[in-house]
Ligand binder design. Structure first.
Ligand SMILES: Cc1cc2nc3c(=O)[nH]c(=O)nc-3n(C[C@H](O)[C@H](O)[C@H](O)COP(=O)(O)OP(=O)(O)OC[C@H]3O[C@@H](n4cnc5c(N)ncnc54)[C@H](O)[C@@H]3O)c2cc1C
Length: 389
């Protein structure tokens, strides 16, 4: 039995009924055709306020992947996970809205999460998406390094202000904050802003953490160059290390606009690059902290191995593991049981607002090779084990 095969440990908090429901749901989203029809139908019915749809969604996809409709409602899940040593990272994102009022409202909600979680070790990190604070187009313009127009300058200074308000609040309350990574064409500006925040707030320890997607080419070069700057300017680096979630979109755009594909040529190359990032963090642990956001068992084992061979304590404050709520509990609960630092992204919000997140989870589970199969095998094995007790 592998270290991540203990389903009794993984699903100790789930009732038989919850497991059976999860089984049928993963079974349904295993089929791409069914998922695509379901997603279109769901978007249509939610948009047009069909009666009962939100109730059905709430009892299925929502229950599997979200904490609740509000922060308060989500606390039951937060506390349940924390009793087993698993932290929660509130994930609040309204997707696809590009108005200044929405950016301000999301920024306020993120600040409310900071205040809500002050002093609560069950919520070790705050997180936000750069495009929740500004249009993707403005990041793109800034990233090109050209002179901005007066109105672009104003727009960008509002983005900078939102970043700074959240990071400063986290600094004042000693909370770590992670900035998600998104499309490559907006990332240079986000990286630059994250570096500025690190330089300002990470003088004593890593408060601000940026995200690096290892499916991209050139990220290791970036890390090495960034480390030099951090050493020179005397601040600590925090990185969330992921493989990356926008592969198809990246490749399509590169082909359409005729520029080199920014993604590694194969899954294997992405895996190698991810492993190299693990080594980068371990080797530079005095300056760099890593939060490894992955559902990949081999990567998780490799981190454990590297920690062991370098004689790191399991709960070394510079190493975190992370998964999404509703997925890969076999990894999460193994790590928590062995006292590694581990936390799950916990999305919350009104059902209608989290539907885009839920449909992406369903589609990603269909397209990330093996993910749904893995979940199904684990749930089936646990149901069988319980029957045979
Ligand atoms: C806590 C957490 C936070 C996250 N935050 C972010 C974030 O801020 N930004 C973001 O973009 N994603 C984020 N992700 C998603 C992440 O990037 C991955 O999409 C997802 O976790 C699947 O990768 P994996 O490491 O779990 O495992 P695996 O299933 O081993 O890897 C799948 C991934 O490998 C890569 N891949 C697959 N096929 C190929 C191929 N042919 N060529 C090259 N590469 C390939 C893709 O990145 C794909 O998503 C986050 C995930 C977690 C768990």
């Amino acid at each position: 039995m592998g270290i991540f095969d203990d389903t009794k440990l993984a699903f100790a908090d789930k009732t038989d009924a919850q497991l059976r429901k999860a089984y049928w749901m993963f079974k349904a989203i295993e089929r791409p055709a069914l998922t695509n029809i379901g997603v279109s139908l769901l978007n249509f019915t939610i948009k047009n306020n069909f009666p009962f749809v939100d109730k059905i969604v709430k009892q299925t996809l929502f229950e599997q992947f979200c904490g609740g409709e509000t922060r308060e409602e989500s606390m039951a899940v937060v506390q349940q996970m924390f009793r087993r040593g698993v932290g929660s990272i509130f994930d609040y994102s309204i997707e696809g809205k590009e108005e200044e009022e929405t950016f301000d409202a999301v920024c306020n909600e993120i600040k409310n999460i900071v205040k809500f979680s002050v002093g609560n070790p069950a919520i070790p990190f705050i997180v936000f998406k750069p495009t929740a604070f500004g249009r993707i187009g403005i990041y793109e313009e800034v990233g090109k390094g050209k002179e901005l127009t007066a109105s672009q300058k104003e727009e960008w200074s509002r983005v900078e202000k939102r970043f700074d308000e959240v990071c400063r609040l986290c600094f004042e309350h000693d909370k770590k904050v992670m900035v998600d990574a998104e499309e490559s064409w907006m990332q240079d500006a986000a990286d630059q802003l994250c570096e500025e925040m690190m330089e300002k707030y990470n003088r004593e320890k890593p408060i601000v953490w940026n995200t690096l997607q290892m499916y991209r080419t050139g990220r290791l070069d970036y890390m090495n160059a960034h480390l030099e700057r951090a050493n020179k300017n005397g601040y600590f680096i925090g990185y969330k290390i992921v493989r990356g979630a926008y592969m198809e979109k990246e490749r399509e755009r590169a082909a359409k606009m005729n520029y080199p594909d920014p993604i590694q040529p194969s899954k294997e190359a992405t895996d190698d690059n991810y492993n190299a990032a693990i080594d980068f963090v371990i080797t530079n642990i005095d300056r760099v902290s890593g939060f490894f956001g992955t559902h990949n068992e081999k990567s998780s084992e490799l981190i454990i191995d590297r920690m062991r061979s370098n004689q790191f304590e399991h709960n070394n404050p510079h190493i975190y593991f992370g998964q999404l709520y509703g997925m890969s509990d076999n990894i999460t609960y193994y790590l928590a049981d062995k006292h590694y630092n581990v936390a799950k992204y916990l999305p919350y919000g009104p059902v209608k607002d989290v539907v885009p997140y839920l449909t992406r989870r369903a589609q990603e589970n269909t397209s990330v090779a093996g993910q749904t199969g893995r979940e199904l095998t684990l749930i089936a094995r646990e149901l069988k084990r319980r029957k045979n007790i």
